[in-house]
Design a protein around this ligand. Structure first.
Ligand code: ZN
Length: 343
């Protein structure tokens, strides 16, 4: 198989088109990995999509490693996760009512669950990785369950906010997961999803695709999948990005807006993405762009800062409290989601 080859496969999960074009044949580390773009909507994915069994096998090694003895992130990684979590908390807390129920899917070592709990919300997480989960429970005293999504039974309408931070692109069956989320969300509930954006990404081709990221979303394909599942971005969200807060469409008004798969066909996006992915193929072009040097420099500065900061704290929890305090955010959330929705 070669780049540019045309394929016919199962109907696209977004637009139902069966035509694809190959955009890459290797993944990170030059491992064989076929990546295709949908001819209809521009959704970029592996071909074929891994089965649940294949994904379990892939993640199996990491799980086994985590089961062996005590696993713990380096302090600088805890700090990075805490800083990212506090930014999400600051963004999402004002959108929900005080004491709202929050579920973080793919909670990792529990930093976001902890921050939201400290802000007065009833927060819980799902994390399949035993090592991360055990660390989060021990270090932050948070509630993280080990249920996989499919058999996990929370009941209907039990959460006011569900979050997936860099998780949605890993899912073998994102449509099924959106169905479960719809069931778990209370009326007026919100859904936060952040995924990498493939549009305009400046990475060397050899590092662009990897097995764990099954879907490579553009804003159009992300909002499309969500719309087909009955979710619309909140007013004011940045629609040219892939970090968005969604609300369930009211049943009467516009519940069917975008439900038709054909609505999401987007030939200009397909052409633009194919052009983008055909460019900067070579390592030389990537080097010439200067991006790797800027990236390395930024990473070095970040490392120095993280290591010196993390050294000041004896435990991850004390560090998390300091991160939260320094974020200088209002501790009391403002106003229910409905007021924002009505705006
Ligand atoms: Zn498609």
């Amino acid at each position: 198989m070669r780049i540019g080859d045309a394929l016919t496969t199962a109907p696209c999960i977004l637009c139902h088109e069966t035509g694809r074009h190959v955009v890459a044949t290797t993944g990170r580390g030059m491992t064989p990995l076929v990546t295709v773009i949908c001819d209809g909507c521009g959704l970029v994915s592996h071909d074929p999509i891994p089965t649940i069994e294949e994904l379990e096998r892939f993640y199996g090694d990491r799980y086994r490693m985590a089961y062996k003895g005590r696993w713990a992130p380096k302090p600088k990684h805890s700090l990075r996760a805490q800083r990212s979590a506090v930014l999400r908390a600051a963004r999402l807390a004002p959108l929900i009512a005080p004491g709202a129920r929050v579920l973080d899917i793919g909670a990792s070592s529990g930093e976001f669950v902890y921050m939201m709990g400290q802000l007065g919300f009833r927060a819980t997480g799902i994390e399949p990785n035993a090592g991360y989960r055990a660390f989060g429970v021990e270090a932050y005293g948070v509630d993280i369950t080990d249920c996989r999504l499919e058999p996990c039974a929370f009941g209907a309408g039990v959460f006011d906010l569900i979050t997936l931070n860099h998780v949605f692109e890993h899912l073998g069956d994102p449509v099924a997961v959106l169905g479960a989320i719809s069931h778990w969300l209370a009326p007026g509930g919100l859904l936060f999803i952040e995924v990498p954006n493939i549009v305009g990404v400046a990475k060397q081709r050899a590092n662009l695709f990897h097995y764990a990221h099954i879907w490579n979303f553009a804003p159009h394909t992300l909002t499309g999948l969500l719309a087909r599942a009955g979710f619309q971005p909140l007013p004011g969200e940045k629609l040219d990005g892939t970090s968005l807060v969604f609300a369930r469409s009211p049943d009467s008004a516009g519940a069917q807006a975008g439900a038709d798969p054909v609505h999401w066909r987007n030939p200009p996006l397909v052409a633009a993405l194919r052009r983008q992915l055909n460019e900067d193929q070579s390592g030389t072009a990537y080097l010439a762009s200067g991006a790797p040097f800027r990236r390395r420099w930024a990473r070095l500065l970040r490392n120095i800062d993280e290591i010196t900061t993390a050294r000041r704290y004896a435990a991850p929890r004390a560090m998390a409290d300091a991160v939260l305090a320094s974020a200088a955010m209002a501790t009391a959330p403002r106003g229910p989601a409905q007021s924002r929705l009505a705006a």
